[in-house]
Design a protein around this ligand. Structure first.
Ligand SMILES: NC(=O)c1ccc[n+]([C@@H]2O[C@H](COP(=O)([O-])OP(=O)(O)OC[C@H]3O[C@@H](n4cnc5c(N)ncnc54)[C@H](OP(=O)(O)O)[C@@H]3O)[C@@H](O)[C@H]2O)c1
Length: 291
């Protein structure tokens, strides 16, 4: 008897699927029969990753999208290409994230960590919601970090203009991932689209390797033996993207497949609504509309 893989007929978009956790998640979800779209900044690298994902999963249905997600113009173009390519979208896995020890700004003049880690998934998700809602039940899964627990949303200095540290900017962006998810879940009530967020665990990837200051390099050398494989790092993301058990679960933070408490401030609905509005203003979307 042939068994149909559980994600057959589903379409999944994974940002940052060329390496690390995103690529391992792509292999996991393609192995379950999903068509998987991955994104990366460089076409040749993304094509190579797609070929490896197809061969390791035994599923040739892997597509490549190219975009630098620190640029809002590119995120908008990416969303347009995804909407043209995919008549349905069952899962959006917001995975791209980075760390910068020193402050630098994007093409839009925004602090890079906040723009890439928070505003990019905020904008991409907003632009793809129409397709996710039409495909319901559908899921938005966002990769945050345990660093969210040390985060603080500094509304007076979101872009770190007055005070910047890589750790502070990273923790703020990862707390923003959690707040975005909780607010999104509230806004999507009754639509059949769920929103969950997760900590993948300390995972052996190329994370922070691009930081010119290489500030995390000594820490990574020490911690590498204790880090998870990318497959294990992707496990909770794959679980939330595909498991029947996670169907209908929304507005929760997960680690190791278990719902966990996130930073106290993430449960403050006035703060999450304020962050939503500020984010909408920064990407030029109306913020007050309910979906
Ligand atoms: N590794 C960990 O221990 C750990 C722990 C907690 C949370 N996380 C979170 O897990 C997520 C994935 O991290 P990872 O460890 O897998 O990182 P990684 O190995 O550095 O992979 C990052 C992925 O994002 C893409 N990317 C980076 N900058 C981009 C940009 N400007 N535009 C578009 N794509 C970009 C890369 O693609 P290209 O280079 O091909 O463009 C790559 O596919 C991040 O959100 C991170 O914050 C990781």
């Amino acid at each position: 008897m042939t068994v149909t893989p559980p994600m057959t007929g589903k379409i999944v978009l994974i940002t940052g699927g060329t390496g690390g956790i995103g690529r391992a998640a792509a292999i996991g979800l393609a192995s379950m029969g999903a068509r998987v779209g991955i994104t990366g900044r460089d076409r040749a690298r993304a094509e190579r990753a797609a070929a490896a994902i197809a061969s390791q999963s035994g599923n040739p249905a892997v597509n490549v999208f190219v975009a630098d997600m620190s640029s809002q113009t590119e995120v908008r173009r990416l969303a347009g290409e995804v909407l043209s390519a995919y008549p349905r979208l069952d899962v959006l896995l917001n995975n791209v994230g980075g760390f910068s020890a020193h402050r630098h700004v994007t093409a839009d003049g925004l602090e890079h960590t906040f723009a890439l880690n928070h505003l990019a998934p905020f904008l991409l998700t907003s632009l793809l919601l129409v397709r996710l809602m039409a495909s319901a039940p559908a899921r938005v899964v966002t990769v945050s970090s345990g660093a969210q627990g040390m985060g603080k949303i500094d509304f007076d200095d979101l872009m770190g203009e007055r005070k910047y540290s890589g750790q502070r900017a990273y923790s703020q962006s990862k707390l923003a991932n959690v707040m975005f998810t909780y607010e999104l879940a509230r806004r999507l009530e009754g639509t059949g689209v769920t929103a969950t967020v997760l900590h993948p665990g300390l995972t052996s990837t190329a994370f922070s390797a691009e930081d010119p200051a290489r500030a995390m390099a000594p820490v990574v050398v020490v911690l590498r033996p204790f880090m998870r494989s990318p497959e294990l790092g992707a496990d909770t993301a794959v679980y939330l993207s595909s498991s029947p058990e996670a169907e209908g679960v929304t507005g929760r933070y997960f680690a190791n497949r278990k719902a966990k408490k996130s930073h106290k401030s993430s449960y403050d609905t006035a703060t999450t609504a304020r962050l939503w509005q500020v984010s909408a203003d920064l990407v030029g979307l109306p913020g007050d509309t309910r979906h």
